[in-house]
Design a protein around this ligand. Structure first.
Ligand code: G3H
Ligand code: 13P
Ligand code: ZN
Length: 341
């Protein structure tokens, strides 16, 4: 088993004060690292795939890698999610590919257009039995570039870009989405804060009050671990000002404020890169990819295991499977078998 939607996961996470880690996958080693960690910790998980990942790895390869993971770990609850989908067409392709969850990110559009696009996608996805995440407000890092803002301008006016709690209630009512990504001070990438690393907890609390029962999603939630930045800088890299979201802040949001999904990509990239740099610097004659990708994969396993405890999803696999059976979701067991690609 089981590929499933995020519904059985979020049902338990919302009431239980824990969150599901949503990890971006781009290749075999990253996927294996995540899966091994979740299997060791008996944790439910979300594997998420961006448009860039589809382009880089070729969806056909990713599908087979995911199927292999499902086959290797038949009792682990896994959702396959489209990260930052930008069009209804891309969502439809992912539905055909057997995704169990999709994100439509219309946050860079004017509000009414975001509502229209999200409602359209929610209708299509729900007909296919697939759940939908949308986004309201604007994160930093990547998204401000979409609308042509400079990082400084974004930071200076951050209040303006955070999710409006009133609007969140209206958005949920009019779109029928299953979860909502919110802007509360996080941003994508390795440079999240210039000075103090802090989240707008008061915003999350208000959003939760206006949208009771709606699972909230935190994007841009890598913590940018010092150990990996130090290794990268020691072995020829240059990331002096990197700063992430403190894990205690994430832990607090997850425990108290209805945050059910926490997105992590940058930390996986840092772990892999740090280890590759270390091998290249300390063993300059090394040229076997297994001997540098292997340590990278090990570092990902260690990192993800720690995250699962921080999110308190470790040990929750069995309960999620029970909830999944209770809901009786008619979803395929294997990914490729569901695929028309
Ligand atoms: O939010 C962005 C994710 O980190 C995916 O990044 O578009 O480079 O694959 P990507
Ligand atoms: P990070 O860049 O903080 O890992 O965020 C990833 C993300 O939000 C993917 O959607
Ligand atoms: Zn994101």
């Amino acid at each position: 088993m089981p590929l499933m939607t995020t519904k059985p996961m979020f049902d338990l996470a919302y009431d239980g004060g824990f969150a599901i880690g949503a990890f971006n996958v781009n290749n075999m080693e990253i996927t294996q690292g995540i899966i091994e960690a979740c299997a060791a910790e008996q944790s439910p998980l979300i594997l998420q795939i961006s448009k860039g990942a589809r382009k880089y790895a070729n969806m056909r390869y990713l599908k087979h890698i995911i199927d292999a993971a499902v086959e290797e770990h038949p009792v682990l609850p896994i959702a396959i999610h489209l990260d930052h989908g930008d069009t209804a067409q891309l969502v439809e392709t992912c539905l055909n590919d057997g995704f169990t969850s999709v994100m439509i990110d219309g946050s860079h559009h004017p509000y009414e257009e975001n509502v229209r696009l999200t409602a359209e996608v929610a209708k299509i996805a729900h007909q296919a039995g697939v759940v939908v995440e949308a986004e309201l407000g604007m994160l930093g890092g990547i998204e401000e570039h979409v609308v042509g803002l400079q990082a400084e301008e974004y930071e200076k006016n951050i209040e303006k870009f955070l999710t409006d709690p009133q609007q969140a209630g209206d958005f949920w009512k009019r779109t029928g989405v299953d979860s909502l990504a919110i802007a509360i001070g996080t941003s994508h990438g390795a440079y999240k804060f210039k000075h103090e690393a802090k989240l707008a907890m008061d915003r999350i609390e208000l959003i939760m009050k206006n949208c009771p029962g709606l699972p909230l999603v935190m994007h841009g939630s890598s913590s940018v671990p010092r150990e990996f930045i130090d290794l990268i800088n020691k072995y020829g890299g240059s990331m002096p000002d990197a700063m992430g979201v403190p894990e205690e802040e994430i832990h607090r949001a997850v425990s108290k404020y209805g945050v059910c999904k926490v997105n992590i990509d940058t930390d996986l990239r840092l772990a892999l890169t740090a280890k590759i740099r270390e091998v290249f610097a300390t063993k300059p004659a090394e040229f076997d990819p297994r001997n540098y990708l292997g340590p990278g994969r090990e570092a990902i396993i260690g990192l993800v295991r720690r995250k699962l405890h921080m999110l308190k999803s470790a040990g929750k696999a069995e309960a999620v499977v029970r909830q999944w059976k209770k809901l009786g979701e008619p979803l395929p067991i294997f990914y490729m078998k569901s695929s028309r690609a």
